[in-house]
Every structure is written in C-alpha cells, then in structure tokens.
Design a protein around this ligand. Structure first.
Ligand code: NAI
Length: 506
C-alpha cells in the first residue's frame, strides 16, 4: 500500500505538545496541514511554537529561511472542523479521554471525505473501543508518536479489531515517508513500548525499596553497565512521576492486576508528596538551583596479593570480561571447573538469578562474589557485584581489585536475586516474549520499538538471543523461586526456546 500523496492535505486536531509536533512532521514532509484546537488561539500558538523551534535551526545555519517560510505557509490554523473536508489523513491528539475522543471521531466521520483515514495518537485507550460507535471503524487506526514528535523516530501503528489492512499499511508507509521508523502493533494495553518497558522502571524501583542500593548508584549501574542512555530514576524524574505512575497503573489495571505490572509504593509516595521530578523541582533528585546530584557508591581502590586469574571451565558471557582482563596484562590460567573465575580468595560467577548467599551454600563455595550482567563487558565502565553473606572481606576485596585492574568502577549492591542489569534485562525479555506470544507485534518490530522509542542499546529479544534463552529462563526461574511470586514466571516462549535450543530470531 502506498503512502499518502504529498499533495494530499493532513489535518491535526489538538495543538498541544503532541499535535503541534505532529503538524510540524507532516509539514516538513511537504503536506499542507490544517491545525485545529477547541481552545481559542491554541492552533495559532501551536504554529508559532513550531516557527520558534525551527527559527533556531535557521539561526544555526541548519535550515534555509525560505524553507522555514514555505513550511509555515503550509500550516493553516482552522477554527471549524468543517474546514478540513479536503484532508486525506486526520490525526487526533486531543485530551486522553475515551468519550471526548469518541465524540470527535464520530463528528469527523461526517466532516471528512469517505476515503479519509482517521488516526488517533492515543497512548493508552483501545483503538477498538474508540472505533466502536463509528459508522466505518475500518478507517480508524492508531498512529502513536513519541514525545517530542519531530525528534523521536518511532511511530506505533495500531490496528483495532475493525481497522482495515489497507488503512494500517497506508499509515505505516506514510510514517516511513515522513522519516519515521514505524512498527505495527495490535490494540492491546500499552501497545509495545509502554508495556514492554514497565520492568525497566519496576525492577529498579523494587531494588530501591529492598535497599539493594541508592538511586544514584542504581542509575549509574544501568547507564554504565547496562548501556542504557538514562537510569530509571533520572528518566522518571524527566518523564514526571505522575505520568509514569499513571501509565503503570493503567497497564496494571488493563491486564487485570497481573503482578508483572504492579505499581511501586515508592513512586506512589513521590506522587502523593508532589515530588513529580524535574517539573516540580524535586523527584528522586533535587533540581533546585545549585543542587548537586549525589555520587554513586563506588568501591575504593582495593589492593590484592593475587596476580593470576584462574578461569575454571566455560565462563559464558564473562568471556569478554576475561579477554579485557587479559588485555590489561593480567596472567590467565584456564582449567576445568563450574564456569567460575578464581582470583585470590574470591570465586566470581555471573549471576544466575539466585542470591549469592543461597548459591554459595548450594555450591559449597563460601567466598562467592556474583557479577552482574553488562551490555558489553569490553566497554562497561562500571559493574555491580553482590557477595555471599559467607564471603570473607578479603574475597570481596579481591573481586574489587580484579575489576579495577581493567579500569572498571565497582558498585557493591546488597545480595538480591539477579542483581541489577541481569534482572532488568531478563524481565524486559519476559515481557517482550509474551507480547510476541500474544500477537501484539513481530519479534523485529518489538526490538525496533524499544530501540527507536526509548534508545535501548539492544532490543530485548535480540539481547535474549545473544545471552541464550536458556540463561534468561534460568535467571527468571531462580528469581521466581527466590520471591515465590508469579510476577517473575518465565514466559512460555523462553521455556520452549530453551528446549528447542533456539532463539527468537533463529
Ligand atoms: P496537551 O494537553 O498538550 O494537548 C491537548 C490539546 O487538545 C489541548 O490544546 C486542548 O485544548 C486540545 N483539545 C482537547 N479537547 C479537544 C477537542 N475536543 N477538540 C479539539 N481540541 C481539543 O496533550 P498532549 O500531551 O499533546 O497529548 C495529546 C494526546 O497525545 C493524548 O491522547 C495523549 O495521550 C497522547 N500522547 C501524549 C504523549 C506525551 O508524551 N505527552 C506521547 C504520546 C501520545
């Protein structure tokens, strides 16, 4: 199906943060755009906002003044809906309210030509429900942009039960023509991104509640070991805790209180206190004038008498860390064993979802120090470790000294199942695997959505394939056993892939 022709006008209803951004994107792609808002002067203000934004590009020499003038000429604020009759695509970005959106959509059906596509930018309302009282729900589709729309590449194209394939394909092709990265999803709560991303926030909030580490330390681990652009606490401070908590609660309730999506009491209290993040001047961090962001907890430089790393058996994903240590000049000896690293008194192993204390007892290895997952051990500048209660202080010291030899900052966190990155990644994979199982989107679209929508360093399903579904399944099984909670039940497809010895892409 072809994209909307550039000479076909587009209409945008609602000239707030999202509507103005979408109008800009459509105008930049060459369409004439009708912009409407029920609030007096809002459409004009939306157009002026676009002008101001783009004037900065002109001033920096990144855009011609004539191009800006032509673009602004194409955006026409309109007072009455009847003025958008010629539009071939109408995108609504009005208030997030089912009844108000429904009433607008039925009005639009009467105003627009028969062939016009009606799109909704809703982030949480079912497209199926929005179309239920339309005369022709086949022409309604979700076109979910991310904020800010001119900058964020992802567009989720959402098919309701009645949405026609042609309409979804046309909007997909149009988004691609507008320079976006579209993905297709079914109309299920949270679509792709707002569903699959929940564990990114939830697991760190839970680790904070369980006093595994403070927020600055967890943020630093997520950024510097996980390869994520922002940590969960700095990101939710930016998004606003009211917004993030509302999305979590909406997804939780929409999935009939599945504990996978359980909201956090820690975040609830911030909302109740009015500590909404940057916009209120205080969230997890203070944004008051002159406020300093707290430093992450980092182990002081440790000394150790050990000079040789003994690699006992196959170290799995830690092989890249061993290679890095070898490059730093450390002597390495290989011998048979259970896949652990021995350095001085420390026995180091990649977390498998059990607490270090439990695993030390099970493996009769008192000096066990668990290492967290890193997105790329060759580049990580920080790594989390957790020591068994039975471990000697010398063993912990030796573990720190080993990592510091490779220039890696060490954050020791309290002994909790799965540490930080392994636990975050495993639960993200779990959610992504179920989204795929339930037909929400394809494997590649789920991964693309998480990368283009949230800048994740890797799509969760590709990440799972890189680690091996068997390892991810084992980690989740252990975390589930540790807590005795349904929240960590491993996804069916992880279990199946483990037995088939395959991945999501193979
Ligand atoms: P906003 O509050 O900035 O703008 C909404 C605009 O719609 C306001 O200017 C309001 O006057 C206007 N409006 C309300 N009812 C109207 C009606 N019946 N007819 C015409 N205009 C009407 O809201 P925002 O953030 O732009 O959100 C708009 C939509 O986009 C919502 O559905 C929201 O869930 C969705 N969305 C928001 C994102 C965000 O990060 N803010 C991201 C993706 C989607």
């Amino acid at each position: 199906m072809q994209a909307l022709a550039t000479d076909t006008p587009v209409a945008v209803i609602g000239a707030g943060a999202m509507g103005s951004g979408i109008a800009q994107v459509a105008a930049q792609a060459g369409h004439r755009v009708f912009l409407h808002d029920q609030r007096e002067g809002a459409a004009e203000a939306g157009r002026e906002g676009i002008a101001k934004q783009l004037q900065r590009r002109v001033d920096k020499g990144k855009m011609e003044q004539s191009a800006l003038d032509a673009l602004l000429d194409r955006i026409k604020p309109i007072k009455e809906l009847s003025e958008l009759a010629e539009a071939g695509l109408v995108i609504e970005a009005i208030v997030e309210d089912l009844d108000i959106k429904r009433s607008l959509l039925t009005n639009l059906e009467d105003m627009c030509g028969e062939k016009a596509i009606l799109a909704t930018n809703t982030s949480s309302i079912s497209v199926t429900a929005l179309g239920a009282n339309m005369k022709h729900p086949a022409r309604l589709v979700g076109m979910h942009f991310f904020n800010p729309a001119p900058l964020m590449a992802l567009v989720e194209v959402i098919k309701g039960l009645a949405t026609s394939d042609e309409v979804a394909q046309c909007v997909y092709a149009t988004a691609a023509q507008w320079g976006k990265k579209p993905v297709t999803a079914t109309s299920t709560p949270g679509f792709i991104v707002n569903r699959v991303a929940r564990p990114f926030y939830a697991e760190s909030l839970r680790l904070l509640q369980e006093q595994a580490a403070d927020s600055a330390t967890l943020d630093a681990i997520v950024r510097e070991a996980g390869g994520f652009r922002m940590g969960p606490f700095e990101l939710t401070d930016l998004i606003g805790h009211d917004v993030n908590y509302a999305v979590t609660s909406s997804v939780f309730n929409s999935y009939y209180q599945d504990t996978r999506f359980l909201p956090s009491l820690v975040q609830k209290e911030l909302v109740e206190a009015g500590r909404l993040g940057r916009k209120s001047g205080q969230g997890f961090y203070s944004y008051a004038e002159g406020a300093q962001k707290p430093e992450p907890a980092t182990a002081v430089s440790a000394s150790s008498d050990a000079d040789t790393l003994i690699v006992e058996g196959n170290p799995g994903p830690l092989a890249a860390l061993v290679a890095r240590l070898s490059e730093s000049g450390l002597k390495i000896i290989e011998r048979d064993g259970p896949g652990r690293l021995q350095f001085g008194e420390a026995a180091l192993a990649l977390t498998d979802g059990r607490m270090a204390t439990e695993r030390a007892a099970a493996e009769a290895c008192n000096n066990l120090v668990l290492l967290d997952l890193a997105f790329d051990y060759a580049k990580a500048s920080r790594l989390a470790i957790a020591a068994a209660d039975q471990a000697s202080s010398q063993a912990i010291n030796d573990a720190c000294a080993l990592l510091q030899k490779a220039g890696i900052a060490v954050s020791q966190v309290a002994d909790r199942p799965g540490l930080v990155i392994m636990r975050t990644v495993a639960t993200l994979v779990n959610e992504a695997a179920d989204a795929f199982l339930h037909g929400v989107a394809s494997v590649s679209d789920i991964d693309l959505a998480m990368k283009a929508g949230l800048n994740y360093p890797e799509g969760p399903l590709r990440w799972s394939d890189n680690l091996g579904c068997s390892l991810v399944h084992r980690v989740l099984t252990h975390i589930q056993q540790s807590y005795g909670e349904d929240r960590y039940r491993p996804a069916l497809l992880l279990r199946k892939n483990r037995f088939a010895e395959k991945g999501f892409y193979s």
